[in-house]
Write a protein that binds this ligand. Sequence first.
Ligand code: NDP
Length: 455
Amino acid sequence: MIIHPLVAPILAEVVSANPGEPEFHQAAEEVLQTLVPILEKERKYLKEKIPQRMLVPERTIEFRVVWQTDNGEVQVNRGYRVQMNSAIGPYKGGLRFHPNVNRGVLKFLAFEQVFKNALSGLPLGGGKGGSDFDPKGKSDAEIMRFCQAFMLELERHLDHRRDIPAGDIGVGAREIGYMFGMYKKIRNEFTGVLTGKGLGWGGSLLRPEATGYGLVYFAADMLHTKGDSLKGKTCLVSGSGNVSQFAIEKLLELAAKVITFSDSDGFIYDKDGITYEKLAYLKWLKNEKRGRVSEYAEKYPSAEYHPVARNARQNLLWAIPADCAFPCATQNEILENDAMALVQNGVRLLAEGANMPTNNAAIEILQKNGVMYAPGKAANAGGVATSGLEMTQNYSGEYWTREQVDQKLQAIMRHIHDTCLAVANEFGAPGNYVIGANIGGFRRVADAMIAQGMI
Ligand code: NDP
């Protein structure tokens, strides 16, 4: 990809100042390229060095987490919190526990989060955190000890008006519970400092469902602009965690047919389609048994299991003919070959449930071939938006029904969708959700930063 001369020096600086952080460089490149129209039109942003400022975290915290396995072995992990930008509200963004977590991965996620939160229209800044701790194969007691050790340090950097983490890969309701318990014990106060809490202790109805449901609402709005709907569409979904499970559930509700899902070892192709009953089994398998998706093929003969080699340059899940694609696992799961296969098979829409699942070259292929493409910072914002709703309920002490939260979630997803389209139109790129999301999010944060002076 040729980098526009207006932003090339900024990107070069990012690359040289952040060595060994390819995901952060990738996210910076994707955003900077699409900001060119607004940077050309409004020179104040470059004069104030807003893009350069946004690419340096306000603060990065790195710390040691020491804990003990069930058989008494001492373990040492790295913990992080990247407090990226607080121009429009307190830092907000999830915690990820996965062995491939490092500073660069969290900086890319925090950078994306700033735009996503701004687009949601809510008063939320951006941050992200986590650890290289691998929850796979650990006992409940080990998970609890790790979460407690992690929070013992992170606690001093959080507050319900300063930084409010949530879940992400490897951090679900169980982990949020253990971290919340530790925070409460240290501070001796009960506040909404984490979102994704259990329903009986400050959580919001529909928070677990929100990212997957929001993604599907967004895709439905995209198709609606073409006079079409999800009804009867064959859909590819990747991943099998929180986002995937509820994306599948909402797709079923809207009468689409879902034929795939995956984990980090391989994918399932169920040609007959996933039913509510099969989805209930998948939820049990992943959330309670903590098993692998390969077990689904042992139970349902209509399904085939395909192992996927790590670091393969093509994932054959994306080569299965379908109408719509929803990557919901992790970053860089759709590369050039996958994008080509999607185009050849006539996929019309790709909406990202995961953060940055499609690399920049693959995005270019999709867009050049007329696939409607929605970036994660717009399409998967339903999770953080509902976390914002959880915070409002915690502050006010008033709790909403499932229907009330669902209505607000749908309204927020529509607002993001319509903002993307309006901004894309304004900058001469009709239908380009990437330009719409990046410029829309950037403008809100950039204007707040200018108003608040040189800090
Ligand atoms: P979960 O931990 O619940 O599920 C993650 C899924 O992705 C699992 O199926 C996991 O498989 C798979 N996966 C993880 N790493 C890899 C890898 N390296 N290669 C292939 N598959 C992998 O996480 P979530 O569903 O919460 O998050 C999924 C994505 O959605 C992430 O990109 C996250 O940042 C994004 N997201 C999540 C939000 C939320 O509210 N939870 C909000 C917005 C975005 P396995 O079982 O093998 O680990």
